[in-house]
Structure formats: C-alpha cells, structure tokens
Write a protein that binds this ligand. Structure first.
Ligand code: TYD
Ligand code: MG
Length: 416
C-alpha cells in the first residue's frame, strides 16, 4: 500500500463537512436576462438597455439633485404597463402627489406607500406584488432587527440586505435611493455598492441645469455609460443630443478654448475645454481643474515643458470642462495642452477645429478608442478640421473634414 502524501492527509481532515455540490462551468444553465424599457431612453441607456427583472439598482447623489424627481417620473410612466410601488420615507404622500400633479404625470396606476419600516414594507409588497419598487430613501429606512437609529451604517446595510433578498427571491426590481452624505461617505450609498447589481450616480453642479447619470457598476451592462438630463420647471427632460447642449458657445473664436470629442460609455460627445494661463504671484503657481484630474494636468504641463519647450512654472493654470461634465479619459490630453498653449500665447484656435488624443510621457501622441466614431460625430456637428493621433486617422478620410494626424507633441504644437 502506498503511504498517503502529507497533502492528502491534510485535506482528508476537511472531508466530513463537504455536503454542497460543485458544478462544471459548462453545465450551468444559462438563464435569459429579462429586460423591459423604463420608457425613458436615457435611463434605459445607463441601465445597459432597460430595467432587468429582479435586479437591484442603487441611485446615489447629493440631496436635491433630482433623484426623487427622476424616479417619480419614471415610475408614473412605467406604472401604465407594469405594477409599480413607490415607497416614500422622506416626503409625505401630499408632497409626492403635488409634484406628480405639477409635472402632469399619469397618476392612476402608481401605488404609493408612506413607510419607513422595512418589515412592514416587505409585508405590503408581498401582498400587492409590484414588478418594480422604489425605496426613497434607504437612509430613512429602519428594521426591527436592530436597535440603532435609522441612517446609521448598520441600519442602512441591514435594510438594504433585506430588500436585496426580497428582490432576488421574488423577481421584483428594486430601486434604492441613497443620499451622498457630505460628512464622509460612511452611511452613504458607498457602503451598499457591493450588495446591489447596478450603481448609478447623479453628477452635476447646483447652479447648472444639466444632470448626468453615470453607471459606476453594472452586472447587466457596460459601466461609465452616461445619461444626460436637464432639470426644468417641468421636471427632468432627456437630452438626446448631448453634444449640442455642451457646445453652446459663442461664434467668436476665443483664446484658450478647444472643442474635444470625448467617449462616454457607448457614444461620442463634444465638449469644450477652456484654459486660462496667467502670470502667477505665488511661489507655488496654481494648477486648478474643474471636470478633469488635476494630477493629469501637472503631468501634461511637465510634458509640455520637456518635449514642447514651453515652461509654465511662472504661470497659474486653470482648466475647465464647460457644462459640468467630468472627463475621466486620457483622450482629453491633447485638447487640454492646446487650450493651455492657446491661452498662453493669447491666440484663438479656429472655431471649426476639434482635437482628441492621449499624450504620453515621452511626448508621443497615442491613439484612443473609437477614433472614427468621434470624428464622425464632430463632422455631424459641422466641424471641418481635426488634430488627432496618427493611428486614429481613418485611411479613407471623413467627408468635409481636413484631418491632421500627429505622432509627436512637437508636430501638434507646430500645427498652431
Ligand atoms: P429632488 O428630486 O427632490 O432631489 P433628491 O430626491 O435628489 O433630493 O429634486 C429637487 C430639486 O429639483 C429641487 O431643488 C427643485 C428642483 N426641481 C426643479 O427644478 N423642477 C422640477 O420640476 C422639480 C420637480 C424639481
Ligand atoms: Mg428625494
């Protein structure tokens, strides 16, 4: 007889507790994902193509940014074709009804429940069996299982866990509203991100009407998909052509302004990048960005100095993406550098020029994904000239567009 190896001897110690089964990956039965439209195209887009049955969606954002407005609008529309329940823990029934009335929403079919106790909510939901349920907001909910005050991490987590379990067991789609809390994110939506299928965050400035909804996590679709809305007196209106709204600039060319094509999720978007470069009076000149990563700006200024021979150590540099958009992709690099140079030299760039491309540390201009689609979007909006990375220039060109392809920063700077 062969002596047992030390490894199998060690493993045999665990054998007694193995009573659950493993399955070979290829034998797992694939279930179709059932989706239905929310009747709001921009919301469907960020959800990955519609609402998934039995999924749990977390919608986070600053208080007052429009979470309740969006969900009330969507639920009223949805209730015409699906059974929908709106649980309001924050506003009274009167307040919700008043808003629905003011916005002229269809109100006949939507069920309203003013309640903050999760056990009671689930008991009601088990009776009326909604297909979609909104919890507004998760921070107002409490559970009998815990003694602590509502809004604390424990309560928020436990309430969400019960709602997630209900969604999975019954196939109900649940939308959780979560306020982003200013003083740390402790009891905010962040602690729930791992429990839910999809996480959407509202972005936007309080003094601006544009509201962006970005998918941060999605088990049923692409992340970084962006939905664009505008807050009006009549509620949130979808913006189906975001490029048009972010590009409302004057026809006079101004120095420091460059239009770039960014890629958001599955579509291109034209946005204006503005730079202001001004002599500094500080030992540490200021580098300020709005809508861009400030570390990236510091890096770009170093590349501009090292490979373009243009120094900014005695200049304050401010860079802003117009319209409250956040551009997280590196395709903005070249546009940022050209905007800075335009402001520094006080020389406007042509009004019909668009720019995109990543700038590497050795001054090389690197290609970005979906170059052709970006160029086509620009051509659609009447842009006639483009400065783009060499590898992004289409072989056959683009109709009515003069494309300048560049490999090195020096070439791009030479084009101005
Ligand atoms: P709300 O949806 O209540 O925000 P949240 O649920 O995220 O806290 O949004 C309220 C804000 O939106 C409020 O400040 C007023 C504004 N608003 C409009 O401008 N127009 C409208 O039609 C509605 C309903 C709200
Ligand atoms: Mg609200």
């Amino acid at each position: 007889m062969r002596a047992a190896s030390p490894r199998s001897a060690q493993l045999s110690g665990y054998a007694g507790i193995a009573n659950t089964q493993v399955t070979p990956l290829h034998e797992v039965q694939l279930e179709n994902i059932h989706r239905f439209s929310s009747n709001t195209a921009e919301l469907d887009r960020v959800l990955g193509g519609g609402i998934v049955l039995g999924s749990v969606v977390l919608i986070g954002g600053d208080p007052g940014i429009g979470k309740s407005t969006l969900l009330l609008q969507a639920m009223c529309q949805l209730s015409l074709s699906h059974k929908a329940l709106y649980v309001t823990g924050e506003e009274s029934m009167q307040q919700v009804a008043l808003r629905a009335h003011r916005l002229g929403l269809p109100q006949q079919q939507l069920q309203l429940l003013p309640e903050t106790n999760v056990e009671r909510i689930l008991a009601v939901a088990a009776q009326i069996k909604p297909q979609v349920m909104v919890i507004d907001s998760i921070q107002t909910m409490n559970t009998d299982l815990l003694q602590s005050a509502p809004g604390g991490v424990g309560q928020v987590r436990e309430c969400a866990a019960q709602l997630v379990r209900f969604a999975k067991n019954t196939g109900t789609t649940v939308f959780l509203v979560g306020h982003v809390t200013k003083e740390g994110m402790l009891a905010g939506p962040r602690v729930l991100e791992h429990m839910v299928d999809t996480v959407l965050y509202f972005e936007g400035e309080a003094d601006n009407r544009i509201r962006l909804i970005r998918a941060i996590k999605n088990r049923f679709g692409a992340v970084n998909e962006l939905g664009v809305f505008a807050m009006t007196e009549k509620g949130l209106k979808e913006v189906n052509n975001p490029s048009a709204i972010f590009l409302s600039r004057s026809s006079e060319p101004a120095s420091g302004s460059v239009v770039m094509v960014t890629w958001e999720g599955s579509r291109p978007m034209l946005v204006e990048v503005q730079a202001l470069v001004d002599t500094t009076h500080l030992a540490n000149p200021r580098r300020v960005t709005v809508g861009l990563d400030s570390n990236r700006l510091a890096m770009l200024l170093a590349v501009l100095h090292r490979h373009g021979g243009i120094a900014t150590y005695d200049q304050d540099v401010f860079v802003n993406v117009v319209g409250g958009v956040r551009v997280a992709e590196t395709g903005a690099d070249l546009a940022v550098l050209l905007a800075i140079l335009s402001s520094l030299r006080n020389r406007p760039l042509p009004n019909d020029l668009i720019v995109f491309g990543e700038v590497g540390l050795s001054g090389e201009i690197r290609p970005v994904p979906s170059g052709q689609e970006r160029l086509r979007e620009a051509a659609k909006h009447g842009f006639k000239r483009a400065i783009v990375p060499k590898a992004n220039a289409p072989k056959g060109g683009i109709d009515n567009m003069d494309i300048i392809s560049v490999r090195q920063l020096a070439e791009a700077l030479g084009q101005l």
